[in-house]
Design a protein around this ligand. Structure first.
Ligand SMILES: C[S@@+](CC[C@H](N)C(=O)[O-])C[C@H]1O[C@@H](n2cnc3c(N)ncnc32)[C@H](O)[C@@H]1O
Length: 223
């Protein structure tokens, strides 16, 4: 039988899953120990955790080790990944298809991890991604994640294409410095889509207490 070329598979995935950002499912156990331990130190009492873009579930198994008391929900847009992830399910770890309405109806989370999801690594070397991956596409998902996080909750954000500080909800957060920065690349682009080569190492963000007129009041979930 002839092998289907990777490029064809990638194209098919994007056609079948129009809401997909990062098409690659690359993941692993304890992929970012500096990030996981930093998050666990910042909010050890977390009880409800979302791994947005959990791929095949190894990130959730890892999170259970760092937050043994917490209920971990792994969500992914790719049903095949969710199906594969379910072999890691337990009483504390479950996996769902990443539908906005379903996620919004689960109540607010204490911590949300969004690691290498809001990106398209095919574009890493481009000088501008303005047309191929506009900032607004990224920002729409960030606003959605913001709507799922409780006040004083933690957003853990790494490996995404744009900088969280440029997002339209950034003013509702304060940065928590990480003791050790993760090993690896965090290629980010400026809000206008240009590749300015700037280093961006902020990873942990604590949501400030809600106040009237905050962007937390804006409804973001799409059907
Ligand atoms: C490179 S993997 C990252 C897995 C894991 N977070 C990690 O860092 O090891 C990216 C995952 O994000 C998922 N994804 C892409 N766009 C998404 C979206 N809009 N909603 C939910 N998941 C998405 C993909 O299906 C893929 O499984």
């Amino acid at each position: 039988m002839r092998k289907i070329p990777r490029r064809t598979l990638r194209r098919a995935k994007r056609l079948l899953l129009p809401g997909i950002h990062q098409g690659s499912s690359k993941t692993g156990f304890d992929r970012y120990p500096e990030i996981f331990s930093g998050a666990a130190a910042a909010l050890p009492e977390a009880r409800r955790i979302l791994s947005f873009g959990c791929s095949t579930g190894e990130e959730c198994v890892t999170l259970h080790k760092y937050f043994p008391q917490a209920e971990i929900v792994g969500a992914d847009i790719n049903p095949l990944n969710v199906w594969r992830a379910r072999r890691h399910a337990s009483d504390k770890v479950r996996f769902v298809y990443a539908r906005d309405r379903a996620l919004s109806s689960r109540g607010l989370f204490d911590v949300i991890f969004c690691l290498t999801v809001l990106r398209d690594s095919r574009l890493d070397d481009d000088s501008s991604i303005r047309e191929s991956y506009p900032f607004e596409r990224f920002d729409e998902r960030v606003r959605f994640l913001h709507s799922l996080l409780r006040s004083a909750g933690l957003l853990v954000f790494y490996g995404n294409m744009y900088r969280f500080r440029d997002s339209s909800v950034a003013h509702d957060y304060e940065v928590i410095p990480l003791k050790h920065t993760p090993v690896g690349e965090n290629i980010t682009f400026a809000r206008d889509g240009s590749n300015d080569g700037a280093q961006y190492l902020d990873v942990l963000f604590r949501k400030k207490a809600a106040h009237t007129g905050s962007s937390a009041d804006v409804a973001t979930a799409t059907p």
